[in-house]
Design a protein around this ligand. Structure first.
Ligand code: SAH
Ligand code: SF4
Ligand code: F3S
Length: 458
């Protein structure tokens, strides 16, 4: 893997630009892709226009992700025409769907390179093949073991993502992810700990353990090494130097009391849990194949709030699943209110080819899906504002990300509960980026908190 490509490919340092769609799994894959490219001697370009290699790392979880992708692909055509030696590549979840690579082959002749979610470690070999054969390279694997020890070019010097389990076995009836990411594959605990230790030694303060369902971690490990997610969380927590540990995503059917106790016990485990509920009606939950009831979910929330004081709970919700009646939707609103979420990602159901739900009768009309979505968003915003307002007057620890994109004189960062905080630069030349700073919250809005740094000198 460590072999370099012959550098004759480009007379000067080649450059790359990666555009990433979708979830953190994809964002982290892009960091690995960037790592592989940097190892080959590529440097990051600041725009597609200045790049020799342009890669789109794609998502297909909802139809709008796909529609946007086709737009982006079309936009790259003039860039290829302007410089035919430029390489245009497409990778990620979208291309793992049956028929999509043929479509790209036929309709987007300016795309030179296609690879998927199971063979991204093959990128150096595929680029070499492209260079050698001067013809398009399309390589997709239906499954594959993830290769360890790939280089990673991290986006942040103090926050890092660490994969602990790839793929998903749950087959929620609406979801394409198990089809494009394959079956569950837990990484060996010692590989995870090795990576986390190296990150901590490198100055990383916050680690997010990643998986489509982190709670099923370990079930597929060899007998002698078997452990569950709670055990892993304890071991990661013992690594010196980390002040914040996060993980996502959790599936309510697998969230154990043992894990809740471990969250409470681990001092550096953040007081935040993202626990997608998807729907509040038992009938719809069953049709979604979620394998829990609203009662079970609400009991988990109760247990979490009792065990971890001040915990923020966030969720994902889909409205307009096939067969969802107004009565079911009202149950969702009711559950959202009872759970008192800090925030929620809300989606109108989007049929995905190949999933069970796409073939169900009683698809809900698009305008009803949208109408329910707006009603849900209104409630979620009200609750978010309420929970943020409660923080007014409190001092919270903020891990500073840097200056806000819009305002140079404003810092942005996150609380342990995962809420975004904006505060003006205090009167000093010191750069606070990457530091954990106490901030007095003055205003809690529905999406952000505003405050001022407590410098201790006032
Ligand atoms: N593994 C995670 C995330 C999966 S995708 C989990 O289990 O929660 C992120 C979110 O997208 C899901 O939680 C779900 O709310 C939403 N989603 C997935 N498929 C969808 C579809 N077909 N239509 C609308 N939303 C969908
Ligand atoms: Fe999709 Fe369900 Fe797996 Fe999440 S748990 S990735 S929603 S199938
Ligand atoms: Fe999208 Fe793939 Fe993530 S479909 S949501 S990028 S796992």
């Amino acid at each position: 893997m460590k072999d370099r490509l012959p550098s004759c490919a480009h007379p000067r340092t080649p450059t790359y630009y990666i555009r990433t769609f979708g979830c953190q799994m994809n964002a982290h894959d892009s960091e690995v892709i960037a790592g592989l490219l940097e190892q080959l001697g590529y440097k990051r370009a600041s725009s597609p226009e200045t790049a020799d290699l342009i890669l789109l790392n794609t998502c297909c979880v909802r139809a709008n992700a796909e529609n946007r992708l086709y737009g982006h692909l079309g936009n790259l055509k003039p860039l290829k025409e302007e410089r035919p030696d430029r390489v245009i590549g497409v990778c990620g979840c979208f291309v793992q769907q049956p028929g999509e690579q043929e479509k790209i082959r036929e309709e987007f002749p300016h795309v030179d390179l296609v690879f998927g979610t199971h063979n991204l470690h093959r990128l150096p070999a595929l680029l070499a093949q492209l260079e050698e054969t001067k013809s398009r390279v399309f390589e997709l694997w239906q499954e594959g073991e993830r290769v360890e020890d790939l280089p990673v070019q991290r986006e942040s010097p103090f926050r890092a993502w660490v994969n602990i389990i790839y793929g998903c076995n749950n087959f929620c009836s609406y979801c394409i992810v198990p089809y494009v990411r394959g079956r569950e594959q837990s990484r060996r605990p010692e590989k995870i700990l090795e990576e986390v230790r190296a990150l901590a030694a490198d100055g990383v303060k916050e680690v997010t353990l990643l998986g489509q369902n982190v709670n099923s971690y370990g079930r597929d490990l060899p007998a002698g090494e078997r452990m569950d997610f709670a055990d892993l969380l304890r071991l990661v927590g013992e690594v010196d130097g980390l002040s914040r540990i996060r993980f996502q995503t959790s599936h309510p059917k697998d969230l154990s009391s043992k894990l809740i106790r471990q969250m409470a016990a681990g001092e550096n485990v953040c007081e935040h849990l993202h626990l997608p509920v998807q729907a509040g009606s038992n009938r719809v939950l069953a049709a979604m194949n979620r394998q829990y009831t609203r009662e079970h979910y609400l009991k988990l929330i109760e247990e979490l709030r009792a065990a971890v004081p001040g915990i923020a709970i966030t969720t994902d919700i889909i409205v307009g699943f096939p067969g969802e009646e107004e009565e079911d939707f009202l149950q969702t609103l009711d559950l959202v209110e009872k759970a008192a979420f800090d925030s929620a990602f809300t989606f109108a159901y989007s049929p995905r080819k190949g999933t069970k739900a796409a073939t169900l009768p009683n698809q809900v009309a698009p305008e009803i899906r949208m109408e329910r979505l707006y009603r849900l968003i209104e409630l979620v915003d009200t609750l978010a504002k309420k929970s943020n307002k409660r923080l007014e007057g409190e001092v919270v620890a903020v891990l500073v990300e840097g200056s806000s994109a819009k305002r140079e004189d404003i810092y942005t960062g996150y609380t342990r509960t995962g809420k975004q905080v904006l505060f003006p630069h205090p009167d000093s030349d010191e750069d606070l980026t990457g530091r954990e700073i106490p901030v007095l919250i003055e205003k809690g809005l529905s999406h952000t908190l505003h405050g001022k740094a407590v410098t201790g000198r006032e």
